[in-house]
Design a protein around this ligand. Structure first.
Ligand code: 13P
Length: 288
């Protein structure tokens, strides 16, 4: 079974200097699109689930119930991790109970000592169950599920301390934001990434807000220790533009082109293509 924790993926990505793509699930089409993208590219993959998606798709248990049989149904053989994206402490526990193979506890908005304490508790639970754990220091800016936050720059000392707890991956703010980047975005702070990488040693680092970051910046960040890159917005835009084109060309009015599966098929293909391009760029293609 290809359903695994992200731990081994992260260890291999760190050793061989590539990044595994984390693609956010939004609906049934996204499950199919990303599983097929990973299989076609012989790439490991992490499927991310935000609180909003969990609500929309019937809760964590229903998502596990959809993804696991889907992997078998499509005869997927590459490693697939099902991962909570930006979970609260309670959401993470709920998702673990539901059968997720990987979780992110986002304690970045809590006082740091509380973030540390809760992370420490989750490390014990996750290690016992063989579930990989991502944590965050220095909130990622931008908009996600209607919540807008300004980005922060992670404190390397805090990264060092949380990294000692036995987590599997660390998301650290280095000027990255979720959603569309503004025209005057100054870019990623590579000096800070280099410092965080130095103080955290072998710990795989995570870059959120991976959409619309110039390719050379992504490649440079992988060279400096980024092992997981989260992408959502770019896939969603590609999906929606393809569906828009389908409708604008009047294809929904031809034959049975009105069926939801036919309507969304171009979106599925377009988001799959974006995911495959990212796997090539991140260097994960051919690694599974
Ligand atoms: P984007 O939507 O900006 O690609 O960010 C995705 C993300 O970081 C999910 O955690």
């Amino acid at each position: 079974m290809a359903y695994v924790s992200a731990k081994d993926m992260m260890v291999d990505a760190k050793q061989r200097k590539y990044a595994v793509g984390h693609f956010n699930l939004n609906n049934m089409e996204s499950i199919r699109a990303y599983l097929l993208a990973a299989q076609d590219m012989r790439s490991p993959i992490i499927l991310g689930v935000s609180g909003g998606t969990a609500q929309y798709m019937g809760g964590y248990r229903s998502i596990v119930g959809a993804v696991k049989p889907f992997i078998d149904h499509l005869a997927i053989t590459v490693p697939v991790a099902l991962h909570v994206d930006h979970g609260s402490y309670e959401q993470v526990l709920e998702a673990i109970d539901a059968g997720f193979s990987s979780v992110m506890f986002d304690g970045s908005s809590l006082p740091f000592e509380e973030n540390l304490r809760k992370t420490e508790e989750l490390v014990k639970i996750c290690q016992k169950k063989g579930i990989s754990l991502e944590c965050e220091v220095g909130g990622i800016g931008g908009e996600e599920d209607g919540v807008v936050r300004m980005g922060e720059f992670a404190d390397p000392e805090q990264c060092h301390r949380i990294g000692l707890l036995g987590i599997d991956m660390l998301a650290a703010g280095i000027g990255n934001i979720h959603g569309k980047y503004p025209a005057d975005w100054p870019g990623l702070r590579f000096d800070l990434l280099e410092e965080i990488s130095r103080v955290t040693g072998d710990l795989p680092l995570v870059l959120h807000g991976g959409s619309q970051i110039p390719e050379d910046m992504l490649v440079h960040s992988i060279a400096l220790g980024i092992c997981k890159i989260n992408v959502n917005t770019e896939c969603q835009i590609a999906f929606t533009e393809a569906v828009r084109e389908y409708i604008e060309q009047g294809k929904d009015r031809i034959g049975s082109g009105y069926t939801p599966r036919a309507l969304l098929a171009p979106g599925l293909e377009a988001s799959k293509r974006v995911a495959m391009d990212k796997m090539m760029l991140f260097g994960s293609a051919g690694k599974a």
